[in-house]
Design a protein around this ligand. Structure first.
Ligand SMILES: Cc1ncc(COP(=O)(O)O)c(C=O)c1O
Length: 402
């Protein structure tokens, strides 16, 4: 029996969200069902989190097994799932060391603090400047939201963390003008997600790396959205050919169970000594057990190749739909982090597309007012993609012919 409704949200929840009217109650694969048992195909994936879809047997088994063994210890003791996951992440990346957190924002907070501490220890307190990018998104703690590139999100909370400069993404000249020996770190997404699905130009990423090296500045890649197979490489930096000094990951890492991690080198890691930073829940056995199962699955070459194959299906079908109902200027992104930018006639109406899709039984996301975003399960079936895109076509047709 349904004893709570969307109306209750307005009554008891702090109104910093405006959730859709539907309340999903169960999910399987890339499908969810709401309180009235209406079925939806899920191209949103919990904002690039549900990388194995809903209730994947691998995750259910890992969680159930760990739930019967050990839930929590805190950081006064280590645990087997955390150690196994840490070793796996090191093996899969440039990193030598891992710090576990509970979210993307916390992983980024750790990354920024590590960069500041390293610079202060090695070069002195004047080396504190952080360069970040307009429209970038790094989380909602006060430090990370200030490093994020939308002042509207960080305004109105009193004095902000200082020494943070924002410049346009992909602007090599602006970057050259901004960086100096006083730059402590550069924080960037190796494909901007929330900011509208913007890929970095390879020469831009290369220049950022070279100038960071020249000025002893650390390069932090925020792979919270791009990591864990989302772009078809395990981490997006591997496809870009530019290696950061610090990498943050979350979202798909736990496939729906909250976990984040910061990865870095031995050289930097030693600047976090006992007590410098920490978390009660970071490295929690339940979270790490699920993440271990997710990572073991996602990192297989055939799964990563599957992401690229699915991207091709999405792109071909979206082009076909757009030829019939020309509403989009461009399809962009990589792997299963895809954006459909509305053309001038439809500017600002991404939310209308989201609502229309919902009415056809399809869940999609937006990335700003002009971009419809797709971040489905990385193992979504061809049949689910085809059926979901049929619903998308119906939604687009309805808007186009209205
Ligand atoms: C690139 C990026 N960094 C950080 C975050 C924040 O992650 P969380 O919401 O888990 O704190 C997000 C969330 O959308 C993100 O896309």
């Amino acid at each position: 029996m349904t004893d709570v409704t969307r109306k209750d949200f307005d009554e008891v929840m702090i109104p910093c969200y405006n959730p859709m009217a539907v309340i999903p109650v169960r999910g399987q694969g890339a499908r969810v069902w709401d309180q009235q048992d209406n079925e939806y195909i899920d191209f949103a994936g919990g904002i690039a989190v549900s990388c194995l879809g809903h209730c994947h047997p691998i995750m259910v088994e890992a969680l159930s097994e760990q739930a019967n063994k050990l839930w929590h210890l805190s950081n006064v003791m280590t645990n087997e799932p955390a150690l196994r996951l840490g070793k796996k992440l090191v093996q899969l990346s440039f990193a030598d060391k891992v710090f576990f957190a509970n979210s993307g924002a916390e992983a980024n907070e750790a990354a920024l603090k590590l960069a500041r501490r390293y610079a202060a220890d090695e070069f002195g307190s004047q080396k504190s400047k952080i360069i970040a990018f307009n429209q970038g998104f790094h989380g909602r703690t006060f430090f990370t939201v200030t490093v994020g590139g939308q002042a509207a999100y960080s305004d109105g909370f009193g004095p902000k963390p200082g020494d943070i400069e924002h410049i346009p993404y992909n602007d090599i000249e602006a970057f050259k003008a901004a960086i100096s020996d006083e730059t402590c770190a550069v924080m960037m997404e190796p494909l901007q997600g929330e900011g509208g699905i913007i890929s970095p130009q390879p020469e831009f990423a290369q220049t950022v790396r070279e100038l960071c090296d020249k000025h002893n500045a650390l390069l932090i890649f925020d792979e919270v959205q791009t990591g864990n197979g989302r772009t078809g490489d395990f981490y997006a930096y591997q496809g870009l050919g530019v290696t950061p000094d610090i990498l943050s990951t979350a979202k798909s890492l736990g496939g729906g169970f909250p976990i984040g991690a910061m990865l870095t080198t031995d050289k930097l890691a030693q600047h976090f000594k006992v007590g410098t930073h920490g978390s009660t829940y970071g490295g929690n056995p339940l979270a790490c057990a699920v993440a271990e199962a997710v990572v073991n699955h996602i990192s297989q070459p055939e799964v990563l190749q599957g992401v690229k194959d699915r991207e091709a299906i999405f792109r071909a079908e979206l082009e076909r739909i757009n030829a019939k109902y020309p509403m989009f200027a461009e399809f962009r992104g990589k792997g299963l982090l895809l954006g459909a930018e509305l053309n001038d006639n439809w500017k600002g109406r991404a939310r209308d597309v989201l609502v229309a899709a919902g009415e056809e039984g399809l869940l999609v996301l937006v990335a700003g007012a002009n971009v419809v975003r797709f971040t489905p399960s990385l193992v979504i079936t061809t049949e689910e993609i085809t059926q979901g895109l049929k619903r998308f076509e119906a939604a687009v047709a309805k808007l186009y012919n209205a």
